[in-house]
Design a protein around this ligand. Structure first.
Ligand code: CA2
Length: 150
């Protein structure tokens, strides 16, 4: 059966599959699956469908952005450390015509200097940072709000 719901793509970058196993003082105790479920619930409450991909490989994320073109209206992306140097991800997101929300669990601006630069921010509609896991449903709300009515 065809799914006619509007589509939001959630992308998770390198090492985010390890959430809940290390550094809980920075990233909390929740797993990536917990965050995906919360984000999915927020999307479904608006009648949208959420697709999720986690990859430790930049090219996989670039491919997913390409595949979303003309199909998904919004992307929420936590690029992990690719945030700070992933120029091919930057270029792919720049070619995406929909809403892009950059999401971080921690606040990179309050951490080491190398985390202060984001190559994703210039091609994002906006960013949600520093609210822990609560950022996932917040980012979905922001993306759907920015996408507006069809
Ligand atoms: O705060 C965020 O969401 C980050 O995107 C997380 C990235 C970091 O490089 C960014 O600067 C900010 C790191 C994700 C790795 O997460 C781990 C979780 C548990 C154990 C090891 C890594």
């Amino acid at each position: 059966m065809t799914d006619n719901r509007r589509c939001l793509l959630l992308l998770s970058g390198p090492n985010l599959n390890l959430l809940g196993t290390r550094e809980p003082e920075i990233y909390g105790h929740a797993t990536l699956d917990d965050h995906v479920q919360a984000a999915s619930g927020a999307a479904e409450a608006h009648g949208w469908v959420l697709e999720h991909l986690q990859s430790n490989h930049e090219g996989d994320l670039v491919d997913a952005v390409h595949a979303a073109r003309g199909r998904c209206e919004a992307i929420v992306i936590n690029p992990g450390a690719l945030t700070h140097y992933g120029w091919s991800l930057h270029d792919a997101l720049a070619a995406f015509e929909g809403v892009v929300v950059e999401l971080h669990i921690s606040n990179p601006n309050a951490r080491e200097p190398w985390r202060h630069v984001s190559v994703v921010a210039p091609v994002a509609t906006g960013s949600i940072v520093g609210f822990g896991g609560a950022g996932y449903p917040l980012a979905v709300e922001a993306a759907i709000g920015a996408a507006g009515t069809a």
